[in-house]
Design a protein around this ligand. Structure first.
Ligand code: F6R
Length: 251
């Protein structure tokens, strides 16, 4: 695992942006793995700037998001569908038809629709494979080492699947839902750790002291489902870009 320590999220964003811009120039139908949350935002902004400054053709680029809540309408501002559209698809000028979010297939599906729930994950993994596989997957990390909605205890071999949201995650996310936990969805769909490990290059971004412990476990701890991100040690091309605070507990 390659660790790059930068001064701030702008520097990290610039590294991601150059890497992905060069990829798209060489491979116009590149497949990008996308994440929501605060960590990737400067990276998306930097990539959008390069795309516009260098007039890079992104019309054939495909995107696959990591995760989504279940039970929110696509247009809900907190849905990851809407978030990816706002922060990635629109600023980069991607073709919205080529940008996929795992919950899209479950719109309107009640949780009692077992067959559809069971198929949604495997179908998403199949679609990624049929697109040629993910070239670069961007990731954030939770303070407990989660990636996507793969909380501690998640199988390191997991594929995309529907999960119950951990109670702590629902509590943490009430701030996005008028501080009202009853509005926070109870379920999600997330790429699995096994799905993420299939990407050809994984770039994980983490900033701030609150991520230091998770980064130390990810880079220097044993590989364990107690820190799902530690599975990146098994990946042949994982790049972890952190600021000094997030790096502060590394040996
Ligand atoms: C985002 C996601 C989450 C976040 C993680 C860190 O799609 O799946 O795992 O990456 O919770 O969030 P931030 O970047 O907001 O600290």
């Amino acid at each position: 695992t390659e660790v790059i320590i930068v001064k701030n999220s702008e520097q990290a964003g610039a590294i991601y942006a150059r890497c992905v811009a060069d990829l798209i120039i060489q491979k116009p139908n590149a497949v990008l793995g996308l994440a929501t949350g605060s960590s990737p935002l400067t990276a998306y902004q930097a990539l959008a700037s390069l795309v516009h400054q260098e007039s890079i053709d992104v019309s054939q680029v495909h995107g696959y998001a990591l995760d989504e809540y279940i039970g929110l309408p696509l247009a809900h501002p907190q849905s990851y569908h809407a978030t990816i559209q706002r922060t990635v698809t629109e600023p980069l000028g991607l073709n919205p038809e080529y940008v996929h979010v795992p919950g899209d297939a479950l719109q309107g599906a009640p949780l009692s629709d077992g067959e559809r729930i069971a198929q949604a994950g495997p179908n998403y993994d199949k679609a990624i494979q049929q697109a040629g596989g993910i070239d670069v997957q961007i990731l954030g990390i939770g303070t407990d080492g989660h990636v996507g909605f793969n909380e501690p205890g998640s199988s390191l071999a997991s594929g995309t699947r529907v999960k119950t949201l951990a109670e702590q995650t629902r509590i943490d996310n009430t701030r996005f839902f008028d501080n009202d936990i009853s509005q926070v969805p109870t379920h999600c769909i997330t790429q699995g750790i096994g799905t993420i490990l299939k990407a050809r290059h994984v770039i994980l971004l983490a900033f701030g002291e609150s991520k230091a412990e998770a980064i130390a476990q990810t880079v220097e701890g044993g590989i364990s489902s107690f820190c799902p991100a530690s599975a990146l040690q098994l990946h042949a091309h994982a790049t972890i870009i952190v600021d000094e605070k997030a790096a502060s507990l590394l040996q």
